[in-house]
Design a protein around this ligand. Structure first.
Ligand code: PLP
Length: 388
C-alpha cells in the first residue's frame, strides 16, 4: 500500500509476521556473537545486516525502520538514552574548529554537553534566542557547521520557526538538528520542516510507560550514514528488551497522545482561570505566543506544559503544595501514562527568562481530569494558605 496514513504506519511498520511463524510482534533477539558457517562467510561479513550484536539485530532494525518511516526520514539509529542521542547527533557532524549554533532553551544536560565536552573538543557554541527565526542568518559564521533546534523549548515552551531557521542554515551549508521529543515523530514532521537530523528521547512518549531509557536519531539519505558511523564507533547500543518495549509503546502512541493532549487542555484551561496562576504556557492554547507557529507546523500537542504562578511564593508554600499531592507525583522525565508535577528552573535553560512567580512543569497523564483538577485545587489551596 502506498501513501499509508500515520496511524496505519504505527501499526503496520517494523514487523513481519510472515517471517516469524505468524507471530504479531518481532522477536527479542538477545545477541552478542553472531556465528558464521565458514571462513568465506566470515570474510564477507561486512555485507551482512546482522553480524555483531552491538551493530543491530532484527529487533533493533524493526524499531529504527518504524520510527524513521513515521517521521519521514530515511533510517534511524538507536542510542542508550535521549541524552546519548543528542551527543551522537552533535558529534556526527562537528569537528575541531567548528562553530555550533545552539538554541538557548535546549534540554539542560544537552547544554552541559556543549559546555563541558564540545569545548574540550575545540567546538565553539553560541546560544541563540529560540524566537530568532530567519534572524539566525546573522549569527552564522563561515565555520558554523550545525544549527541545533528544540521546539517547543525545554521548560519554557517557545515554539521555534524551524523552516525559517533551516532555510538560513542550509544557505550557509550547515546541518540542522532538531530535538523532536515533544513533537514526536507523529505530530511534528522534522524533515518536511527542513531538519536534516531528528533527535528523540524515546524514553518519553514513544516508550510511554516510565520504564525505559532509550534514544533515537533519525536521519535523511544524506545524514544517516554519519549517524550510523557515530553510533558504531562510540559503541552506542541499547538492550534488546528496552528496544522491544519501545516498539511496543510505539504501537499505542497515537491513541495515548490523543488522550494526553485532550486531558492536558482540560487541565490547562482550568488552571488559566485560577488567581494563583499568571500564565499557562501551552502552545495549543489560543493566547500562547507560540500558538500561530504551533498551528502551522504541528498536528498535535501532548500532556506537557508549564504554569507560571502569579507571585513569588516561597519555598515553604511551594512545599506545602507539592509535598501533599495525591495523584501528581514529583519527578523528572515525562511521557508516561501518569501525571507529574515538578518545579522548573528556567534560568538554567532560558537565560533571559522573567516571570512574576515560580514556574511549574506539569505532565498530564491518562487519569480522569476531574480527579486531577481536584488534586490541583487542593494543592493551590495549600499554596495560598501556606503563603499567608
Ligand atoms: C528527557 C529529554 C531528553 C533526554 O532523554 P533521556 O532519555 O532522559 O536521556 C532529551 N531531550 C528532551 C527534549 C527531553 O525532554
Amino acid at each position: 500500500m502506498t501513501d499509508m496514513k500515520d496511524d496505519t504506519k504505527i501499526v503496520a511498520r517494523g514487523r513481519d509476521p510472515e517471517a516469524n511463524f505468524g507471530i504479531v510482534n518481532p522477536p527479542v533477539y538477545h545477541a552478542s556473537t553472531i556465528t558464521f558457517p565458514n571462513v568465506a562467510a566470515l570474510e564477507r561479513r561486512s555485507e551482512l545486516h546482522v553480524r555483531y550484536g552491538r551493530l543491530g539485530t532484527p529487533t533493533t532494525f524493526a524499531l529504527e525502520e518504524a520510527v524513521a518511516e513515521l517521521e519521514g526520514g530515511a533510517n534511524a539509529v538507536i542510542t542508550s538514552s535521549g541524552l546519548a542521542a543528542i551527543a551522537t547527533a552533535l558529534t556526527s557532524f562537528l569537528r575541531t574548529g567548528d562553530h555550533l549554533l545552539m538554541v538557548d532553551t535546549v534540554y539542560d544536560p544537552g547544554r552541559k554537553f556543549c559546555d563541558r565536552v564540545l569545548t574540550r573538543l575545540g567546538v565553539e557554541t553560541t546560544y541563540y534566542d529560540p524566537l530568532i527565526g530567519a534572524g539566525i542568518g546573522d549569527l552564522i559564521r563561515p565555520n558554523t557547521r550545525v544549527v541545533y533546534t528544540e521546539s517547543p523549548g525545554s521548560q519554557t515552551f517557545e515554539v521555534q520557526d524551524i523552516p525559517a531557521i533551516a532555510a538560513a542554515a542550509h544557505d550557509a551549508g550547515a546541518v540542522v538538528i532538531t530535538d523532536n521529543t515533544w513533537g514526536t515523530p507523529l505530530y511534528f514532521k522534522s524533515f518536511a520542516h527542513g531538519a536534516d537530523v531528528s533527535v528523540h528521547a524515546a524514553t518519553k512518549y514513544i516508550a510511554g510507560h516510565s520504564d525505559v531509557m532509550l534514544g533515537l536519531v533519525v536521519g535523511t539519505e544524506a545524514t544517516y550514514p554519519a549517524l550510523k558511523t557515530a553510533v558504531t564507533l562510540w559503541g552506542q547500543c541499547a538492550g534488546p528488551d528496552d528496544v522491544y518495549l519501545t516498539l511496543r509503546g510505539l504501537r499505542s502512541m497515537s491513541a495515548r497522545l490523543g488522550r494526553h493532549q485532550e486531558n492536558a487542555l482540560v487541565v490547562a484551561r482550568w488552571l488559566a482561570e485560577r488567581s494563583e496562576v499568571a500564565r499557562v504556557i501551552h502552545p495549543a492554547l489560543a493566547h500562547d505566543p507560540g500558538h500561530a507557529l504551533w498551528s502551522r507546523d504541528f498536528t498535535g500537542a501532548n500532556g506537557l506544559f508549564g504554569v507560571v504562578l502569579a507571585k513569588p511564593y516561597g519555598k515553604h508554600a511551594m512545599a506545602a503544595m507539592l509535598d501533599n499531592m495525591q495523584l501528581f507525583a514529583l519527578g523528572f522525565s515525562w511521557g508516561g501514562y501518569e501525571s507529574l508535577i515538578v518545579p522548573a528552573d528556567p534560568a538554567r535553560t532560558a537565560t533571559k527568562w522573567q516571570a512574576p512567580g515560580p514556574l511549574l512543569r506539569l505532565h498530564i497523564g491518562l487519569e480522569d481530569t476531574e480527579d486531577l483538577i481536584a488534586d490541583l485545587a487542593d494543592g493551590l489551596a495549600r499554596l495560598e494558605t501556606a503563603s499567608g
